[in-house]
Design a protein around this ligand. Structure first.
Ligand code: NAG
Ligand code: NAG
Ligand code: NAG
Ligand code: NAG
Ligand code: NAG
Ligand code: NAG
Ligand code: NAG
Ligand code: NAG
Ligand code: NAG
Ligand code: NAG
Length: 751
């Protein structure tokens, strides 16, 4: 644990001004915002980070994939109520989720001079010739419906209607019924209906252009009362929730574009005042009440950055928000009272103790943060670093089923929560975890026949996943049969909008600064950035494929680089300008003194292959450094539904053997494995599904009695297997990064 500093960052910035004045450098003094306790490590502000290498490529894959195109064909973003349309109904959370990823993505790509920032790609999608795809329906987004004489008339009517882009036709009725659709939503399997995209789509608008179009509309449409966005549930305590991600997006946008800071802080303050008035009559409930910590983060941002003399109001309002939020602190002790088991709520709420610690400085929240991660692991943990929750946390006895899933929204929210806890408390365990989820669970949930792009995602990912198909009889208990398909919006559209925050927010939470002007690396990956005091840090690495990270530090004053040495890196070595740094310790932030000038710090993490046991030794997973290694199962793809651009729903069925137990010598773990690291090659696609950056060769035996249950791999047979059961002879198998598989086995029985 890092010692925390007592006062706000700007108070210390003023002290630095004093110090730096002596050396002739200028640091802009900022008024102290409030009595905030302060974060141990403050992420570099949005707009100060430049992604490079594979991470830039990953962000570009997001921009040229689904994330960068939703505003051009997916009704809930394209025609959202947030920009004057009529889609994005219910909680109005789709555009908020989407912006929360687009804003940081836009600034990252802009800094990297990526063509996607402003121009995107000239991307034209022509509908195919067939009238429509049989046995597919699409809910919502209706313009009108009417009977037609011939199916072809339905298509013609759509061509004649400027708002229409797609049709659904029921040709089992006589005459057939035709629905005209204003946008594309989630498809459903059905009989008698067919769905077809009629109009061509053309997109050229870059990520920054899309982002600014939405941000400007939202600011310009602010009501005189101060309310932002749609306002059609004035008596529901759920009305506040949709605004939380919008407020966080506005704050990030203001960081990236400081000329907008005053305008945005004023708009946010007016919103808080209106929300405060409403909350005395209509307290937060449901999603709002579960997720109040995200609201508080936005209030804290205004308090720290531009309180405009409203410190007292903002402090009081923070207390009100905290008071109206569910008691997650009690919940995370034993998961019985205080809150409830909804998976995404739990993922978001992981950070509540950190957020309340910032508001209050109460040290009991520090303990609460530590305890909750351990308790979550004990009750629900899985080898990906996530917890088992297909919508609702799994019951204890269901956890022995690694085919059960974890929702993509929970993955990206848990990443942000754990990074926030690291930022607040400075405890390496949280950064280890955020990095583990980012480099495993996040990429594992995307797949397409092109291997490694970001056009199709799942709602639920399974650690052991032998197919991605529509399963009416399925092993998960709370989601629909299509929840493990790779597609546009399998099961539900929330993750389609929400996944976008994953990579960009992670890229913005690798580099940190402290109140004393020093800098820190919280997670490793190829980015460069400049702190508010002008310290330039540039990480060059193929990590998590490479084991070394070269960090250039340029500073005008002697300072400290705090390096996270992951808990697994117990033989890590660090050099500065070629000289070894002594006393490097795993599991803590290691301070390395950096004199004024330009220096190179070389970190060699020297990971070893390690095994983790799950469910009382019954299964084993294989890890090296930040990556988990899985058995890839060959998959055969079938396109189920075609939408626009490259957006399709895919079924993937297994074509290779998956029933392997690892044949292990536990007396000498390293003797079981042969690691090879071909690197990422010039494409730099970190999570390609065939051209893997690293693989591990090992030995396995097929276990014939490992069965299929509910269309999924049954719980792995009790280990050690092959004593009572006749297993097939030992053979060589190759394990690959979990994030680079379509289908896989990750929790193995062992022989
Ligand atoms: C800051 O808050 C702490 C705890 O509430 C309080 O003891 C202290 O007096 C406050 N300091 C200022 C400057 O308001
Ligand atoms: C579409 O518009 C054309 C030209 O106005 C008209 O001839 C045709 O009947 C219309 N078709 C349908 C199905 O509305
Ligand atoms: C309905 O239309 C689809 C797509 O054109 C076609 O495949 C199907 O045979 C039609 N069904 C009937 C009952 O006409
Ligand atoms: C995107 O925004 C930039 C800067 O405002 C502008 O120059 C450019 O024309 C826009 N491009 C598109 C395709 O809208
Ligand atoms: C917290 O909420 C309770 C009602 O749930 C209310 O009685 C109390 O005054 C509130 N406290 C603050 C600080 O808002
Ligand atoms: C992954 O690698 C294969 C083989 O080199 C290549 O064909 C494919 O385009 C790559 N995928 C992506 C998304 O670049
Ligand atoms: C640090 O020094 C360099 C070179 O003299 C200068 O370009 C840069 O602006 C300085 N940075 C700050 C924050 O003063
Ligand atoms: C970081 O260093 C690499 C390797 O020297 C270099 O190619 C890259 O341009 C640097 N990044 C920045 C933002 O200067
Ligand atoms: C080594 O580092 C640890 C953790 O920072 C510290 O507690 C210890 O005093 C250091 N030992 C030496 C000899 O510097
Ligand atoms: C463990 O296995 C490795 C590789 O097979 C071998 O080099 C090493 O000597 C073994 N260690 C022990 C303690 O047997």
């Amino acid at each position: 644990m890092e010692p925390r500093l007592p006062s706000g960052r700007w108070a210390t910035a003023a002290m630095l001004l004093l110090l730096l004045a002596l050396s002739g450098s200028i640091v802009e003094a900022r008024p102290m915002g409030a009595n905030m306790t302060g974060r141990a490590f403050i992420p570099f502000r949005v707009g100060r980070v430049t992604p490079q290498g594979w991470l830039l490529k990953q962000l570009e894959l997001q921009a040229e994939g689904l994330g960068g195109h939703l505003a051009h064909f997916w009704d809930d973003v394209m025609n959202s109520v947030w920009i004057g349309g009529d889609a994005d109904g219910g909680l109005h959370e789709r555009v908020p989720y989407w912006l929360n990823g687009m804003v940081p993505l836009a600034f990252l790509l802009k800094n990297a001079n990526s063509p996607f920032a402003y121009h995107g790609i000239k991307d034209v999608h022509q509908p195919d010739d067939q009238l429509c795809q049989a046995n597919v329906d699409m809910q919502n987004h209706d313009i009108t419906n009417f009977p037609v004489q011939r199916p072809e008339d339905c298509r013609q009517s759509c061509l004649n209607n400027t708002a229409c882009v797609a049709i659904v036709l029921n040709n089992c009725t006589n005459p057939p019924t035709c629905w005209l659709k204003s946008g594309i939503g989630r498809a459903d399997e059905t009989t008698c209906r067919c769905f077809g995209v009629v109009k061509p789509f053309t997109a050229e608008e870059g990520i920054m252009n899309q982002t600014e179009r939405f941000i400007n509309h939202i600011l310009n449409a602010q009501a005189a009362s101060g309310w932002l966005g749609p306002d059609d549930m004035p008596t529901s305590g759920d009305m506040y929730w949709g605004n939380f991600p919008v407020l966080l997006s506005l704050a990030m946008y203001a960081e990236g574009n400081p000329t907008m800071e005053e305008t945005i802080a004023t708009a946010m303050l007016k919103f808080f005042q209106e929300a405060n008035r409403r909350m005395s009559n209509v307290p937060m409930s449901d999603w709002s009440q579960a997720r109040g910590m995200d609201f508080a983060l936005a209030v804290q941002w205004v308090l720290e950055n531009a309180p405009n003399g409203q410190e007292a109001f903002l402090q009081d309002f923070l207390a009100t928000v905290q008071n109206q939020t569910l008691d997650w602190e009690t919940w995370f002790q034993d998961f019985t009272t205080g809150a409830s088991p909804h998976g995404v709520n739990n993922a978001q709420a992981l950070k509540s103790s950190g957020v309340w610690y910032l508001s209050t400085g109460d040290p009991s929240f520090t303990e609460s943060s530590k305890d909750r991660m351990r308790n979550m692991d004990d009750f629900y943990g899985m080898a990906s670093g996530m917890f088992c929750a297909d919508e609702i946390l799994c019951e204890a006895n269901e956890r022995k089923m690694p085919s059960r899933g974890t929702e993509l929204c929970a993955v990206v929210e848990a990443m942000f929560s754990y990074n926030t806890l690291f930022s607040v408390h400075g405890d390496v365990a949280f950064a280890d975890r955020a990095e583990r989820i980012a480099y495993n669970a996040l990429p594992a949930t995307f797949a397409s026949p092109r291997g490694g792009d970001m056009w199709s995602h799942q709602y639920l990912q399974g650690l052991n996943e032998i197919n991605a198909q529509v399963s009416d009889d399925h092993v998960w208990t709370h989601d629909g049969g299509d929840a493990q398909l790779y597609g546009l919006a399998p099961n539900y559209g929330c993750c389609t909008a929400n996944f976008g925050q994953g990579w960009p927010k992670f890229a913005n939470m690798l580099l940190y600064e402290r109140n004393d002007g020093s800098v820190a690396v919280g997670a490793y990956g190829p980015v460069a950035g400049t702190s508010t005091n002008g310290v330039f840090v540039n990480m060059t690495t193929e990590y998590p494929y490479g084991d070394t990270v070269s960090i250039a530090v340029h500073t005008n004053y002697s300072t400290t680089l705090h390096l996270r040495i992951p808990t697994w890196a117990h033989t890590a070595q660090v050099e500065i300008d070629g000289s070894a740094v002594s006393n490097i310790t795993a599991g803590i932030m290691n301070p390395v003194a950096i004199p004024a000038g330009k220096h190179t710090v070389l970190v060699n993490l020297k990971p070893e292959i390690r095994l983790e046991h799950w469910y009382s030794e019954e299964t084993v997973s294989v890890h090296r450094g930040a990556l988990m290694y899985s058995l890839p199962i060959q998959g055969s793809y079938t396109t189920l539904v075609e939408y626009a651009y490259e957006s399709n729903d895919y079924q993937v069925l297994p074509t290779s053997e998956w029933r392997y137990a690892l044949d292990l010598d536990f007396d000498n773990i390293t003797s079981n494995f042969e690691f090879s690291n071909p690197g990422l090659g010039k494409d730099l696609v970190a999570f390609n599904h065939t051209a893997w950056g690293a693989t591990i060769a090992t030995k396995g035996r097929v276990v014939p009695n490992w069965e299929i249950a509910h269309n999924a791999a049954a719980a792995p047979p009790a280990s050690p297997v092959c004593d009572d059961v006749q297993c097939q002879p030992t053979q060589s198998i190759t394990l690959v990064p979990y994030g680079g598989t379509d289908l896989r086995i990750s929790e193995f029985p062992w022989a």
